[in-house]
Design a protein around this ligand. Structure first.
Ligand SMILES: Cc1cc2nc3c(=O)[nH]c(=O)nc-3n(C[C@H](O)[C@H](O)[C@H](O)COP(=O)(O)O)c2cc1C
Length: 185
């Protein structure tokens, strides 16, 4: 069945390695008939959560803050699958992506029991290191989020060995993994 896929791109580099993973994933997913909506957070104004817990009143724009999350909320609410795409920064997601994720809490606040909507997810990530445990902390976090939200994990591509923007273009195997993940959904 055709899925609505939301991609949250947390990389600050327009032509970076995360962007290349996203392009390959998108190719695979679109060939399989899925619809992609991608937000490049680097060129959007997405503030950090204020922790006010006063959201959840307006279904269209449930946060009290007025910024570019207003564009993301309706797509998120419609999406079957959310792709978290980010460079590995200090063994975690980039700040840009984490801010957007925290702001999704305002959607949960629409529910009387503060339940998050149930979705599937995937992870696309680039990093410099290639150690056995390079991605262990971020995968633990990603899988913990999904487990606690009750979301289904559709898979991840963690592409190490990529420091400079575009380094991944010399690694067709990593891009093929991202394309295959998109096509597998
Ligand atoms: C602030 C910062 C923190 C980083 N932290 C890590 C890290 O913890 N582990 C790692 O392997 N690479 C780390 N890197 C390297 C990036 O993950 C790597 O360059 C990645 O390919 C960048 O993706 P992009 O091209 O999409 O921006 C860091 C880079 C920056 C700028």
């Amino acid at each position: 069945m055709a899925k609505k896929i939301l991609i949250l791109n947390g990389s600050p580099r327009a032509n970076g390695n995360t962007a290349a993973l996203i392009d390959a994933f998108t190719e695979g997913a679109q060939a399989a008939g899925h619809t992609i909506t991608r937000f490049d957070l680097r060129s959007m104004k997405v503030n950090g959560c204020l922790g006010c817990c006063r959201g959840g009143k307006d279904p269209q724009n449930p946060c009290v803050q007025r910024d570019d999350m207003a564009k993301i909320y309706p797509v998120y609410q419609e999406a079957d699958l959310v792709v978290f795409a980010s460079p590995l920064y200090y063994w975690g997601f980039s700040g840009q992506l984490k801010c957007a994720i925290d702001r999704l809490f305002a959607v949960a606040e629409l529910d009387p029991d503060c339940r998050n909507p149930i979705k599937s997810a995937a992870l696309l990530m680039a990093a410099e290191d290639t150690y056995d445990n390079t991605f262990a902390p971020v995968l633990f976090y990603y899988q913990s989020v999904l487990r606690n939200l009750g979301w289904t994990d559709c898979g991840h591509v963690c592409a190490g060995g990529n420091l400079e923007a575009g380094a991944i273009l010399q690694k067709p195997g990593q891009l093929a993994q991202a394309r295959a993940l998109g096509a597998s959904l």
